[in-house]
Design a protein around this ligand. Structure first.
Ligand code: SER
Length: 423
């Protein structure tokens, strides 16, 4: 099954069950100052959970479904392994209450809760021909009790009890995004040991001090990672061989002979992420979200250099990406602008990088103490403008480890430097 088919199956499935299909919101959140970028499907619906907005007025139903563009930066340095991504898509269904008849046969427009959410998730996964390995439920911790209801529903479905695992707050409690918002216990579906689908039962609102209060109506917020789903359904070795990346892989294959898999994955992820961010109106800058884009474009530039890919050739990669996604995300159609922003940033950074690389190779001997490494990377930063994270990436390629001591020395020197600059 292709990703295009899965997108359609998912949205049709929930539309038939009373959900209004809503387009993905922008990666730049419209009215949510708590986060820099959109990290979850529920974000555009936050105010429906808190009743500041009325779902019936806006959607004609208490139920919505979407495929949301998401961007997360917490694991940016892990990109290049088999599982991490910055940009990804999330398939989700949502309910905002008040809860009517929580019966999976109820295809109406009222709110629903755990029973319908779990039954539908189970049925949808089965309809794709996939087997669930195990599920987890919230086992209870601090002021939030064990989610016995979800446990019972899984049993009632006929799911073997020894594969319904109880987990704590760390794993099975989701949210809020940013420093406050709706949140609640989750039940999660695992296939091949990968968490595929997270079903959040938004019963609470967490305030800025971390206190929980019950929401007026409990809500549902589910999120299924598109790339992970395609990996298990297309039975590929990693997410990077799924059809979501395949057109890019083909182009990449013709652009480089270097087998550096980590760098190839960085190119796939960072280029895809940049294209989507720019299509949503973001420009690279030194501030907040603009800096996120700058960082991934710089890391992309470095990866291209390692793979010995001529910068002018990335046009082909951008084109392949846009062709793959533009039917579903029309905002990607502006190829010229996307290309221009990427090229400008890459070419600008390329000059700094070439010089910095030369100095890096001259300066780093491989036998430095931790504090010497801190000093040398600081010098590369102040004298040659080589960003620390790029230097760290270069160290990694050399098999050198950046330790806490090096970081400490770097930070101390940086602080002194700032004080001197301020006069
Ligand atoms: N908000 C939850 C998540 O991001 C489920 O959609 O995982």
């Amino acid at each position: 099954m292709t990703s295009e088919e899965v997108r359609k199956l998912f949205l049709d499935y929930f539309e038939k069950r009373g959900h209004r299909v809503v387009s993905s919101s922008s990666l730049i959140p419209l009215d949510d100052p708590s986060v820099l970028l959109t990290t979850a499907g529920m974000q555009q619906f936050k105010k429906y959970y808190t009743r500041e907005k009325d779902p019936i007025k806006d959607f004609g139903t208490q139920r919505t479904a979407s495929i949301q563009k998401c961007f997360r930066t917490t694991d940016i340095e892990e990109i290049g392994d088999e599982t991490h991504l910055t940009f990804f898509e999330m398939l989700g269904n949502f309910s905002f209450g008040p809860v009517g008849d929580d019966d999976p046969k109820n295809f109406g427009t009222d709110g629903y809760f755990k029973r319908s959410a779990i039954y539908w998730a189970y049925e949808f996964i089965k309809s794709l021909g996939l087997e669930i390995d195990y599920v987890t439920v919230f086992g209870g911790e601090k002021n939030v009790p064990f989610d016995e209801e979800s446990y019972k529903i899984w049993k009632e479905i006929g799911f073997p009890e020894d594969r319904i695992l109880k987990r704590g707050r760390e794993d099975n409690f989701w949210g809020p995004t940013g420093d406050e918002g709706p949140c609640g216990p989750t039940t999660e579906i695992y296939i091949e040991n990968i968490e595929i689908w997270n079903l959040v039962f938004n019963e609470y609102y967490q305030d800025k001090n971390g206190n929980l209060r019950k929401l007026e109506f409990p809500g549902v917020d589910t999120g299924m990672g598109m790339e992970r789903l395609m990996k298990v359904s297309q039975r590929t070795p990693t997410i990077f061989e799924t059809d979501l990346f395949e057109p890019l892989n083909k182009v990449l294959e013709n652009l480089t002979n270097k087998e550096n898999q980590r760098k190839r994955r960085i190119v796939l992820d960072h280029l895809r992420g940049s294209v989507f961010l720019i299509a949503d109106g973001l420009y690279p800058s030194n501030l907040e979200r603009g800096y996120i884009l700058r960082r991934i474009l710089r890391r992309l530039t470095l990866a291209l250099k390692f793979l010995e890919i001529d910068i002018s050739k990335i046009e082909l990669l951008i084109k392949a990406m846009i062709e793959k996604y533009a039917a579903f995300y029309p905002e990607l159609k502006n190829f010229d602008k996307i290309k221009e922003v990427i090229f400008k940033e890459i070419i600008n950074f390329e000059r700094t990088l070439s010089l910095g690389l030369k100095e890096f190779n001259r300066l780093i001997k491989g036998n430095e103490s931790d504090s010497e490494l801190g000093e040398k990377l600081f010098l590369l930063y102040t004298s040659y403008g080589l960003p620390l994270e790029i230097s760290k990436e270069l160290l990694r390629e050399e098999g050198l480890v950046w330790k806490e001591e090096s970081q400490k020395v770097f930070e101390e020197l940086f602080k002194k430097h700032q004080e001197i600059s301020k006069g």
